[in-house]
Write a protein that binds this ligand. Structure first.
Ligand code: THU
Length: 129
């Protein structure tokens, strides 16, 4: 699947909400799920996983990128991020950088934006010698 091909946002929102139902978020009580479409048509997902040492919590998008590589790698074309009720959530700053690495600036986020919109002028692999 090329980036120009249709993105099934309904499928991504449903997968993200399903992932949020598996979140481990006893400290914030904010369950987050993320679902991404890969260039070859796979749907990968992740949920947030918190920790008693608060700063060590993992965001849903981090788990999603782990799932991306676990299932064969490639480029993310589109990502949906939601809470457990299906309300869209914008990725945090760290996750914007992580999504830039995994999807590039053209990767669509929550239907209306791109990674490039959320992280203009990003630092990336192309800046390394
Ligand atoms: N969270 C995510 O999973 N992704 C984001 O982009 C924003 C924040 C999680 C981290 C923490 O477990 C909870 O939401 C509250 O910040």
């Amino acid at each position: 699947m090329s980036p120009e091909q249709a993105i099934s946002w309904n499928e991504l929102w449903a997968a993200a909400r399903q992932a949020a139902s598996r979140a481990y978020a006893p400290y914030s009580n904010l369950k987050v799920g993320a679902a991404g479409l890969t260039g070859d048509g796979r749907v990968v997902t992740g949920c947030n996983v918190e920790n008693a040492s608060y700063g060590l919590g993992l965001c849903a998008e981090c788990a999603l990128v782990g799932d991306l590589h676990r299932t064969g790698g490639g480029l993310l074309v589109a990502v949906a991020v939601t809470d457990g009720d299906g309300h869209p959530l914008t990725p945090c700053g760290r996750c914007r950088q992580i999504l830039y690495e995994a999807g590039g600036e053209r990767c669509r986020i929550n239907e209306t934006k791109t990674v490039g919109d959320l992280l203009p002028g990003a630092f990336g692999p192309e800046h390394l010698p």
